[in-house]
Design a protein around this ligand. Sequence first.
Ligand code: AMP
Length: 547
Amino acid sequence: MLGQMQSQPLLISSLIVHAERHHASGEIVSRRVEGDIHRTAWGQIALRSRQVAHALDGLGLAFGDRVATLAWNGYRHLELYFGVSGTGRVLHTLNPRLHPEQLAWIVNHAEDSAVCFDMTFLPLVQAVAAKCPTVKHWIALCDADKLPADSGIPGLQSYETWMGDCPTDYPWPEFDENSASSMCYTSGTTGNPKAALYSHRSTILHAFSAALPDSLNLSARDSVLPVVPMFHVNAWGLPYSAAATGCKLVFPGPAMDGKSIYELLESEKVTMAAGVPTVWQMLLGHLQQNKLRFSTLKRTVIGGSACPPAMIHAFNETYGVTVLHAWGMTEMSPLGTVCTLKNPQLALSPEEQTKVLLKQGRAVYGVDMKIVDESGKELPWDGKSYGDLLVRGPWIIASYFKGEGGDPLRYDEQGKGWFPTGDVATIDADGFMQITDRSKDVIKSGGEWISSIDVENIAMAHPAVAMAACVGMKHPKWDERPIVVVVKKPGAEVTREELLAFYEGKIAKWQIPDDVVFVDAIPLGATGKMQKMHLRQQLKDYVLPTA
Ligand code: AMP
């Protein structure tokens, strides 16, 4: 017997329809490329996303065609999120921090038909346009009077001219909820980048789960600042969850320095902000140097890489801001776990609670996870056993775009497919998952694992250290030994010996790095993540003192 409830496909257009009908006056504030602050509301975003839909039809693009963006977080990008996907085309968010060659490769692989870009990226577009034969339309996200006369880009139009005169009514089409809605290429530490292709269904289900109280806890009373770029896993799905809940969105545009972010947090009464640890490092530095406080910020989602204890401590203890340590992947839309306490943890001492909050957290509804050993056998949830972390769920990748890399899943005895995350983790009896390392980046010394995250966290707790990366170096006896590569804070001093002594008593003696290498900068990926492969290349002539 079938249930007798209404059947409606889960489509992204339903989010903007809801936002317009129920939250039309909900504010959308953006710092623009020009530096000014732009104000609009969900009602206007809905109206203009319908104009975008008309304008896309005018280009003659087919259902499923890819429309790329090269853009900061801002209101026009938000309109494209709904306008492109709402019509059944696929929004392809390009990462503007990539090398032009990589970018051209990705545009060609995705076979993008159109590219909408912020004027900041005009030089990048000029460098790649001739190498992207599939792109028939280049649209600059600016007013008509900001368009340069001699850009060298054939047929370049301003966004406002392109969509501005289109009708404001548009009947959003109904189609299969499993249709592709957006795509994102992963940074990829090896080989060519691969794309995760999200569907309408996966995106809507993710939006529901992300908004739950023990996830990001979003409501119409929130003012949310996504520092996480809209070109990285759809800004962790925040634009969709925000439309569903009607919260205010505050977009930082290109200004991601501590001072600019702090100004927006205060002026727009932001209650929740989301980003990677490196961004918060800059923000905390700005607060400390200028003896500032937050007046409205209640919580901050930190993910993308492990949140150092010193950062959790600073937010929680010094500034009274709750840190939501979250973990996920491009292949997971991205949300997998968020760290919020349950009743048993509330009864723990503050020190014990902090230990729990350092973990990546509990699986949100919709995500199942397990840890397995090398033979694929599931390991116990005892907080000690560690193994490869596998996940499954309706917003987790089944295969990469164009089938690149073959079938990525591992199958259990019942034939259920699990996605191997490449992360190594423990899970405790209460379901709190903790990443101990990445399988591609793990340090194995004499047959024993050393967590590069632990080694980095300790270095980061030293007052003179701005950034630390732990990498494994070949060792004749132990196979690998860890070293820690350190960037000092401006004007601060610490010697190799002092830093190594700082490790004493904090981890097992054999886990203490063999050396400290001071550098001016650690190579960072587009999303602020440390690029250890590049770092290892930089250190190719390095010889361990113990080798
Ligand atoms: P990406 O697909 O670029 O978002 O990268 C996903 C990877 O980033 C994960 O597989 C983890 O290795 C890492 N990652 C994401 N969030 C965290 C976190 N909270 N702690 C540690 N590693 C993380």
